[in-house]
Ligand binder design. Structure first.
Ligand SMILES: [Mg+2]
Length: 220
């Protein structure tokens, strides 16, 4: 695909723990809901369900994948019932300055999340930034191949209709960025604690809000 030199990139943003703090309230809530789902649908005690949830997460990178493989769980059913947030407005933690940073950032912006669409849309709406993104690509749009699976990335790029060389991915998970780098996408790692930078990371930032003034460091 031809594009003019110096044209702005396509920004591919992760959602959880990249644009907002999911660890504060949302991830614990989701973990509890997943354990409850396993108790109900596998008919096992809570301690066993919690251990199995973590086992599948470690082994497959997503509890959902273990359930699909070993229990024939319907991913849509699972994601719907484990992502219900009656108090979402109290649970999303973010920096209000983010909206201004994203607005100033030149180029098309999309969300690419391992979460289901209804959850991603609700979080973005709560933060007041939904309109800043062209597309929200959730796990059901990439045939339930969560990051860092390369097949998910291929579906995602097909949906965007752009070549990887035009894209920059922003994510808090370095292994998601490893897949991105391998297929030719530039990488920005959001890492509040890290003191190192893996070789496949083009730019490391403590907070996504630093992106606007650091973007020149991404050699194009
Ligand atoms: Mg994340």
């Amino acid at each position: 695909m031809h594009h003019a030199a110096g044209s702005p990139p396509v920004w591919i943003f992760d959602l959880d723990n990249t644009l907002h703090n999911a660890s504060a309230h949302l991830f614990p809530h989701i973990n509890r809901a997943m354990t409850a789902y396993l108790v109900e649908h596998l008919q096992i005690p809570e301690a066993e369900a919690d251990a199995l949830r973590q086992h599948y997460w470690r082994r497959y990178g997503a509890t959902m994948l273990g359930l699909m493989r070993h229990h024939q769980t319907c991913p849509r059913h699972f994601l719907w019932h484990t992502h219900q947030f009656p108090k979402l407005h109290e649970q999303v933690v973010w920096n209000p300055a983010l909206r201004h940073v994203l607005r100033r950032l030149p180029g098309r912006k999309v969300i690419y999340s391992n979460a289901p669409k209804h959850y991603a849309e609700a979080v973005l709406a709560r933060m007041g930034i939904r309109a800043l993104f062209d597309q929200v690509i959730a796990v059901e749009h990439v045939r339930f191949y969560p990051k860092p699976a390369v097949r998910g990335f291929q579906h995602m790029l097909g949906l965007l209709g752009v070549s990887p060389s035009r894209c920059v991915m922003v994510d808090d998970d370095p292994f998601n960025l490893l897949t991105a780098k391998r297929i030719g996408v530039k990488t920005v790692w959001i890492a509040p604690q890290a003191s190192h930078r893996p070789q496949w990371v083009d730019l490391r930032l403590q907070q996504v809000e630093q992106l606007a003034r650091s973007v020149h460091r991404l050699a194009r």
